[in-house]
Design a protein around this ligand. Sequence first.
Ligand SMILES: [Zn+2]
Length: 151
Amino acid sequence: MTERNAMTDLSTNTALREPCVPGLFSEDEGPLLHGARCITCSTPYFPRVAHCRNPACAASHIVSCTFGGEGRLWSYSVADFAPPPPHRYDKPFVPYAIGVVDLDSGLRVVGQMVDPVESMRVGARVSLVIEPIHHDEGKAFTSWKFKLLDR
Ligand SMILES: [Zn+2]
């Protein structure tokens, strides 16, 4: 088995996948971000918050909820150089896009884009995915990312 095939197997074998940060997202029932929403003013939050931050909100009433599905790429930036420690990445470093996505559920969230930098287009439809950020110790460490739908 080549090294590349080994990485692909780690990426798809759920037993060998581990979230970079536990509790922020899950993938057992499809890719989902674990956030919250204020039921008084409907403001969505990710990650979860203890109190509503909307200054116009009459009464903070936060409930846990999940966000997933599709959205639209509002803007993006390109990471042209490797992030400094403690960030980890698979070597050699490949430049990637960081997107700001408006999910259809109303949440605006930042995430790494799966597709090559050259294919980014503001306004493009995207879907939330859980994908490896880096591989280490026989595991694929995952995070939330966004994938273009209409490439
Ligand atoms: Zn509120």
